[in-house]
Design a protein around this ligand. Structure first.
Ligand SMILES: [Fe+2]
Ligand SMILES: [Fe+2]
Length: 278
């Protein structure tokens, strides 16, 4: 087993009660990051993962020590298979009559096609928030068309953790759970998007290029991305827990990456038009 793989054999608590339950993926470069929040006797799973990932993610969930039957909600930020594919597996394994899918109505419309009989709740009908019995609150912030029409992000007020789903994501060959940037990243602007692994500062992979490249491909337009980033930057974020790539922590790195993304013009459909008004 390679070093990286063994380093990530256990779940990792990234903030109080928030456990990364993903794994080091040496097969695909699109690392998927599911998260489990354990709060008192309740737990919620965020973007649980693909069908192929289920057994590995489930093992990590058990390693946190949680009783899986305490999982009350499965939160899905949109309806892609890389986060929703394992819904039928969780449905079969979790013995909790209260278990529900929590997403936006426009996502739930598609999520049911994963073959689930689970009931779903709609975030907009519950004032865009979920409250644990302890009072801990998760706030849901709509980020439309980043990249699905009803995409949203989840903010844990207690720890300042933003579960950003595909936003701030990236692909990576040289993956680590945290993308702590060094000073050279903050001063370099030699991003090479046509070859994201060609770092001018001789790093194996440029973390900024990888994020930009992913947003160019996955997000729908500059307008949609700007709209989402303007909403997100108003939050007191301490850590961005993205569904792909590495997590970003600390206000300096977070603000820097938001600014880099804001400057990029060729996002989604904008790659095909000169007119920035689109
Ligand atoms: Fe997606
Ligand atoms: Fe994704």
């Amino acid at each position: 087993m390679n070093n990286k793989k063994s380093k990530y054999q256990q779940p990792i608590e990234i903030a109080e009660g928030i456990h990364w339950v993903g794994f080091y993926d040496d097969e695909y470069f699109l690392h998927c990051n599911p998260f489990l929040i354990i709060e008192g006797e309740e737990a919620v799973l965020i973007d649980g993962g693909s069908r192929n990932d289920f057994s590995t993610v489930m093992l990590k969930i058990l390693q946190t020590g949680v009783n899986p039957n305490n999982i009350k909600k499965l939160i899905y930020h949109h309806y892609d298979p890389d986060l929703c594919g394992s819904i039928p597996d969780f449905e079969e394994l979790i013995d909790n009559e209260e278990l529900k899918i929590l997403s936006h109505t426009d996502n739930n419309l598609f999520i049911k096609y994963y073959g689930t009989d689970l009931k779903s709740e709609c975030i907009e009908k519950n004032d865009f928030q979920f409250q644990f019995l302890t009072g801990r609150k998760l706030k849901f912030i709509m980020t439309p068309y980043c990249h699905s029409s009803a995409s949203f992000v989840t903010f844990d007020e207690k720890t300042g953790t933003l579960f950003s789903s595909d936003l701030f994501g990236s692909t990576a060959k040289e993956w680590d759970l945290f993308a702590d940037l060094d000073e050279s990243c903050h001063t370099c602007n030699n991003y090479n998007l046509s070859s994201p692994i060609n770092c001018k500062l001789k790093k194996k992979e440029c973390p900024i290029s990888k994020i930009l490249f992913f947003h160019q491909k996955i997000m729908t337009s500059k307008k949609a991305l700007d709209f989402a980033l303007d909403r997100i930057r108003k939050l007191p974020i301490k850590i961005i827990a993205s569904q792909h790539g590495s997590l970003i922590r600390g206000s300096k790195d977070i603000e820097f990456i938001i600014n880099v993304l804001k400057k990029e013009k060729k996002i989604g459909i904008n790659q095909f038009f000169e007119d920035e008004q689109i």
